[in-house]
Design a protein around this ligand. Structure first.
Ligand code: KG4
Ligand code: ZN
Length: 342
C-alpha cells in the first residue's frame, strides 16, 4: 500500500511517500521545507506567517514527494494528513490541499492525530516493537508521557505543568543569543563543553502528583545570565556558555527519564519510544539507551529527521487507520483530542 503523508501543524511543511509492507513501513521519499529563516528573527513561530508560507509550500512538497518516490497520484492507495492539534492556519494548508487532491483523484483519505504520527515515526526502525510501550513525546509544544497498547492507541500518564522541554531549550538559546530553533544549538554547544557548569536543581511538587515542570529552568538561566552578563553575548564558542548548555541538557534529559523505571514496572511496559523534536537531543538519546538497558525495555527512537515534524510519520500512522468514509465535511481541529483518533 502506497500512502502520501502530509504535515503542516506548526512551522514545517512536509510530504512523504511511504510504502506499507508486511514487514512495516518503508520510506520512499521525504520532503520538508523549513521556515526557520522566517521565524528566526522573532525567536518563535509567528502563526500568521507560518500559515501563509504553508500555502506557498504545500503544492511543492507534495509534488516533490511524488517525484522523489517515482510515483504519480494514480499509484497512491491513500492520502493521510495531520488533522490536529496545532496552529489552525498552518493545519488548514495541507488539510485542505489533501482533500482537494483526494477528491480530484478519487484516493481514500484519512485524518491523523499529530501525536499518533510521532508515535508511528518509531515504526520505521522498530516495526516489531513489543507492547505495552511507554511513549515519551517531547517537542516545542509537548512534553507528554503515554502508555500505548499498540501503534494506534495512547493514554496519558503524565505531562508538563507548564513549558514543554523544547521551549526550555529554545528560551535558553534565546537568552544566550545562540539562534533559533534553540535545541540543536544548545546541543552542539553542550557537546563542545569540556566540563558541565553548575547543575540545575530539579523542581519539587508539593501535591506529589507525577508531572514535570520546565519553566523554572528559564528563570534559572535568566538568573545566571544576570549574574554573569557576559554570557548573553559570549556565543557558542565560550567555555562558560558551553558549560551552561551542558548542565541544562543534562538536567532536561535526567528529569525526562526519571519516571521511566517506576512507570515501566507499574504498567508492565516492554518498550520505550521517544519521539518529537527534542528526541534529536544527543544527551537524551544516550541516557535513554542506558535507562532502557537497565530497565529491560526495548528502545525505539526514530532517526533525527523523523523525530521532528514530518509527513512520513503521518503516512505511517495513516496506513494503520481506516480511511474516512466521508472526508468532505471534515475540518482541521487545533485542539483535536486523542480519543477521537484522527
Ligand atoms: O517536533 P518538533 O519539530 O515541532 C513541534 O511539534 O514542536 O520539535 C521542535 C522542538 C524545538 O523546541 C527544538 O528546539 C527542539 O525540538 N529540538 C531539540 C533538538 N532538535 C530539535 N531540542 C534539543 N536538542 C536537539 N538536538
Ligand atoms: Zn510535533
Amino acid at each position: 500500500m502506497l500512502v502520501l503523508g502530509l504535515e503542516s501543524s506548526c512551522d514545517d511543511c512536509s510530504a512523504a511517500v511511504v510504502e506499507e509492507t508486511l514487514a512495516g513501513p518503508v520510506l520512499r521519499s521525504l520532503v520538508r521545507e523549513s521556515q526557520d529563516a522566517i521565524h528566526g528573527p522573532f525567536g518563535g513561530v509567528v502563526p500568521e506567517l507560518a500559515a501563509r508560507e504553508h500555502l506557498l509550500q504545500a503544492r511543492a512538497v507534495m509534488a516533490g514527494a511524488l517525484v522523489g518516490a517515482g510515483v504519480g497520484l494514480d499509484d497512491l492507495d491513500r492520502i493521510a494528513v495531520t488533522r490536529g492539534p496545532g496552529l489552525v492556519g498552518s493545519l488548514l494548508a495541507t488539510f485542505s490541499a489533501s482533500k482537494a487532491v483526494a477528491w480530484r483523484a478519487g484516493i481514500p483519505w484519512v485524518g491523523v492525530h499529530h501525536l499518533l504520527g510521532h508515535l508511528n515515526a518509531a515504526r520505521f526502525a522498530a516495526p516489531a516493537l513489543p507492547f505495552p510501550a511507554l511513549v515519551l513525546l517531547v517537542s516545542g509544544g509537548h512534553t507528554h508521557l503515554y502508555l500505548a497498547k499498540d501503534w494506534t492507541s495512547l493514554s496519558l500518564l503524565q505531562k508538563t505543568r507548564d513549558d514543554a522541554a523544547g521551549e526550555a531549550f529554545d528560551k535558553a538559546a534565546r537568552m544566550l543569543d545562540l539562534g533559533y530553533p534553540g535545541g540543536p544549538l544548545v546541543d552542539a554547544a553542550a557537546r563542545a563543553a569540556s566540563r558541565a557548569g553548575e547543575p540545575f536543581t530539579p523542581p519539587k511538587f508539593r501535591d506529589g502528583k507525577p508531572s514535570w515542570s520546565f519553566s523554572g529552568l528559564k528563570t534559572a538561566v535568566k538568573l545566571r545570565v544576570e549574574r554573569n552578563p557576559r554570557l548573553a553575548s559570549a556565543g557558542a564558542q565560550d567555555p562558560d556558555v558551553q558549560g551552561l548548555c551542558r548542565s541544562l541538557q543534562e538536567a532536561i534529559s535526567a528529569w525526562l527519564l526519571k519516571p521511566i523505571p517506576a512507570l515501566a514496572e507499574e504498567h508492565g511496559a516492554r518498550s520505550l519510544v521517544i519521539s518529537g523534536g527534542v528526541a534529536c537531543n544527543s544527551r537524551l538519546r544516550t541516557e535513554a539507551a542506558l535507562v532502557a538497558a537497565r530497565t529491560g525495555l526495548a528502545l525505539a527512537i526514530p532517526e533525527p529527521r523523523l523525530c521532528t515534524d514530518n509527513g512520513a510519520m503521518i503516512a505511517a500512522a495513516g496506513a494503520l487507520l481506516e480511511p474516512d468514509p466521508d472526508p468532505w465535511p471534515r475540518n482541521a481541529d487545533a485542539d483535536l483530542k486523542l480519543e477521537l483518533g484522527g
